[in-house]
Design a protein around this ligand. Structure first.
Ligand code: ATR
Length: 269
C-alpha cells in the first residue's frame, strides 16, 4: 500500500515540499505520496496522533508549528537545543528532528567551503538562525551572531555557550576575521532589495550565503559578487533540508539533482 507523507502548517498552499518529495519518490520508483495539509497549532497534537495511527511514513512541519511540536514529540538532542521541529518520523514512536541547520551546512560544504574551525557570522537570531547556529557550533565552527535586537543575539550565543552575540553595528567594525557570512533575516526578501552588508565591508576570501531564495540573487549576494567574494544562494538549503528529512524517513539516498530541478522549475528560475 502507498506510504503517505505530508507537510503540515498554516498557510500551506505555497509549500514546495509536495512537488519536491513527490519528484524524489517518482525518481526512485517508490510507492509513496506526499501531500500538504492545513493544520494550526490547536490541532497539531491530534494531527500527529492521527498520522501515526494511519501509518503515515513521516511529516514535515512549517510555520506556525515548529516550536509547538516540541511538546508532542520525542525530540532528538539537536532539535531540542534549537527549540524547533521540522521533520517527524513515525518508525519508533513520534520522533522529532530539525534538518534546517543541516540543510545550510550541506549547502555550504557543497560549495567546497569548510566549516570546522571557521569564523562564522550569522545575521539574525530567529528560528533559522537558531538552527544554523547550533548545527554549525556542533560542526566545530566559531559562531558569532549579529541581530537588530542585540539581546536576542546575546541570548542565543549564551545558549550555545562558546559563541558571541552582537548588534548589527559589529559589521561596521569590519569582517576581516570572518570566513563565512550567513543572512537569516528577511532583509532582501522579495522586491525589498535591502542588504545588511555592503561590498566595501566584505573581502574576497569571504563566503556569503543568503538563506533567502526569492530572489535567488539577493542584494547581499550581488554585493558579495562585487567584492569578489564567493556567493551561495538559498535554493539548496530548501533542497537539502528536505533531502535530510527524506533520508531520515526512507534510509535512501535522496536524488538531490532531481529535487533541485523540480524546485527551480516551480520557482521559474
Ligand atoms: P525566522 O524564524 O524565519 O528566522 P524570525 O524569528 O521572525 O524568522 O526572525 C527574523 C529575523 O530577521 C530576526 O533576527 C529579526 O531581527 P529582530 O530579532 O531584531 O526582530 C530580523 N529582521 C527582520 N527584519 C529586519 C530588518 N528590517 N533589519 C534587520 N533585521 C531584521
Amino acid at each position: 500500500m502507498k506510504k503517505v507523507f505530508a507537510v503540515l502548517g498554516d498557510p500551506i498552499e505555497h509549500s514546495l515540499s509536495p512537488i519536491m518529495h513527490n519528484s524524489a519518490f517518482e525518481a526512485l520508483d517508490m510507492d509513496c505520496t506526499y501531500h500538504a495539509f492545513r493544520v494550526g497549532k490547536n490541532d497539531l497534537e491530534n494531527a500527529l496522533q492521527g498520522a501515526k495511527a494511519m501509518g503515515f511514513g513521516g511529516l514535515n512541519l512549517t510555520v506556525p508549528l515548529k516550536e509547538t511540536a516540541l511538546s508532542f514529540v520525542d525530540a532528538d538532542p539537536l532539535a531540542a537545543k534549537i527549540g524547533a521541529i521540522n521533520t517527524i518520523d513515525f518508525k519508533d514512536g513520534i520522533k522529532g528532528y530539525n534538518t534546517d541547520g543541516i540543510g545550510a551546512k550541506r549547502t555550504i560544504e557543497d560549495e567546497g567551503v569548510e566549516i570546522k574551525d571557521k569564523n562564522v557570522l550569522i545575521l539574525g537570531a530567529g528560528g533559522a538562525a537558531r538552527a544554523i547556529a547550533f548545527t554549525f557550533a556542533e560542526a566545530g565552527a566559531r559562531v558569532n551572531i549579529a541581530n537588530r535586537t542585540p539581546e536576542r543575539a546575546m541570548q542565543l550565543a549564551a545558549e550555545i555557550g562558546d559563541a558571541k552575540g552582537y548588534g548589527l553595528d559589529i559589521v561596521d567594525k569590519g569582517l576581516d576575521e570572518i570566513d563565512i557570512l550567513i543572512n537569516t533575516t528577511t532583509v532582501g526578501l522579495g522586491h525589498s532589495n535591502g542588504t545588511l552588508v555592503s561590498a566595501e565591508q566584505m573581502h574576497s576570501d569571504l563566503a556569503v550565503f543568503d538563506i533567502v531564495y526569492n530572489p535567488l540573487m539577493t542584494k547581499l549576494l550581488q554585493e558579495a559578487e562585487t567584492a569578489g567574494a564567493r556567493h551561495i544562494t538559498g535554493i539548496m538549503m530548501l533542497v537539502y533540508q528536505g533531502a535530510e528529512a527524506f533520508r531520515i524517513w526512507t534510509g535512501r539516498e535522496p536524488p538531490i539533482e532531481i529535487m533541485k530541478r523540480t524546485v527551480m522549475e516551480a520557482l521559474d528560475i
